[in-house]
Design a protein around this ligand. Structure first.
Ligand SMILES: Nc1ncnc2c1ncn2[C@@H]1O[C@H](COP(=O)(O)OP(=O)(O)OP(=O)(O)O)[C@@H](O)[C@H]1O
Length: 418
């Protein structure tokens, strides 16, 4: 506060006239500051229009118009500008343009870099208008911890991650979707699953079953819980994995045979829980099974084939019987996960750091534009498609180290009936 302003507050009774009062000077100064600010915003907006126009013509987000003097370039018109941060401005699309044109083919980061930012977010407004938001830094650069949360029922959403717009995405295990997760070593898939399973471990109407050749995601950490008898771990007895999966298929068949009249699916309950069949490092399980000696002709089916057909049945028929599959693989190659038909059954797909071709393999050609950047993603950053949303980038929550996972299961895991 300046001396004059102080005078205005403390000695207002001595003012000789409104026009000469310190209040007047202060208002004058305020008005001038406001004018200066507005002039700077106008200058900034004009500079932005120039830069944006250059960038749009460079990236081909423009129309070429033939006029008498030759060819002229029309670029989308900028409306209102808010310097931010983050810098935001509205843009009127040219006829035939779509909001996605600003982000397709790496246009988003290129436009943002020209305008001094890191990334670009496009928000459709009314009619042909969109708002472009220039993000100053990668909104997913900061991690977020997963509090010791558990859901009371499978119908409650567990936290999957936070998107670039700051939206926390959830998913209820009762939603009819199998979940496929791929990622290279150290990309954060196991940590993601620790978070996911620990949130589900207490729900009385969810059973976490499955096969885990590593023995870390399932197995010992689940000892003394109701889930543990339905889990097979390790590589010592690969046939036991096939037996477990076949038992799950038998339970699925029993449920399908008992769907009540006028219903087309099982309603999960404590007596008939949603079974989440976790298949950790599934391609590794198939490789180990295929490496076993083959039975002689007429003396049974090879273990690998038994596993493939059980998983295929769970994937294709399990949804109505309250079975959900969570499959993990380094790479979702069709041959590695039991065939292209099996891979197509995953309505919810999540990719941690993977080479560009693997990203496209699981998410389709829409994901091609993200491939290069995602091939170097930090642990915990993933692309998700499904849930009625386009392929989008998100950061999954981090529960902490493995000991924390064990502690949470020991504390919250639904106890075994004694
Ligand atoms: N969401 C996350 N936020 C921050 N750091 C993470 C996150 N997830 C994983 N990390 C870090 O990355 C490391 C590797 O993660 P994780 O073990 O889950 O990878 P992975 O893909 O399962 O690898 P592997 O296939 O070798 O098991 C973790 O030890 C942790 O330090």
């Amino acid at each position: 506060m300046t001396a004059l302003e102080r005078l205005d507050h403390t000695h207002s009774g001595y003012r000789s006239g409104g026009a000469r009062s310190p209040g007047f000077l202060s208002r004058l100064r305020e008005r001038r500051a406001q004018r200066d600010y507005e002039a700077s915003v106008i200058a900034f907006a004009n500079a932005l229009r120039g830069e944006f126009r250059e960038a749009c013509s460079g990236l081909g987000i423009c129309h070429y118009v033939q006029v008498a003097a030759g060819i002229t370039i029309r670029t989308p018109r900028i409306g209102e500008v808010r310097p931010g941060p983050p810098l935001r401005f509205t843009v009127e699309l040219l006829p035939g343009q779509e909001p996605a044109d600003f982000t397709s083919k790496q246009n988003g980061p290129r436009l943002a870099h020209t305008l001094g930012g890191h990334g670009l977010r496009v928000e459709p407004l009314a009619g042909r208008w969109v708002r472009l938001v220039v993000l100053g830094h990668d909104p997913l650069a900061d991690g977020f911890g997963l509090p010791a949360l558990t859901v009371a029922s499978g119908a409650e959403a567990v936290i999957l991650g936070r998107t670039e717009d700051g939206i926390t995405l959830g998913h209820a295990v009762t939603d009819p979707a199998h979940l496929g997760v791929q990622g290279q070593n150290g990309s954060g898939k196991s940590a993601f699953c620790y978070g996911l399973l620990s949130q589900l471990a207490a729900a009385p109407d969810v059973l976490v079953a499955g096969s885990d050749i590593t023995g870390l995601l399932l197995g010992r950490a689940w000892d003394d819980t109701a889930h543990r008898p339905h889990q097979v771990v390790g590589t010592a007895d690969i046939a036991a994995h096939a037996v477990l999966l076949e038992d799950l298929v038998a339970e699925m068949d029993r449920r399908l045979a008992t769907i009540p009249a006028r219903r087309d699916k099982i309603e999960p309950s404590m007596g008939t829980p949603t079974v989440l069949v976790v298949l950790e490092e599934f391609p590794g399980l198939l490789r180990a099974a295929d490496g076993l000696p083959k039975p002689k002709r007429g003396e049974g089916v090879p273990v690998g084939d038994r596993i493939r057909s059980a998983v295929l049945r769970l994937l294709s028929e399990g949804r109505k019987a309250a079975f959900r599959v969570l499959m993990l693989a380094q790479r979702f190659e069709a041959t590695a996960v039991g065939g292209g038909y099996a891979r197509d059954q995953f309505a919810l797909r999540l990719s941690f750091r993977v080479p560009a071709d693997s990203l496209e393999m699981l998410h389709g050609t829409d994901a091609r534009r993200f491939g290069q950047e995602h091939a170097n993603a930090d642990p915990g950053i993933a692309y998700l498609s499904g849930l009625g949303r386009d392929c989008e980038r998100l950061r999954v929550p981090y529960l902490g180290d493995y000991a924390e996972y064990c502690d949470r299961l020991a504390t919250h895991g639904r106890p075994a009936h004694r």
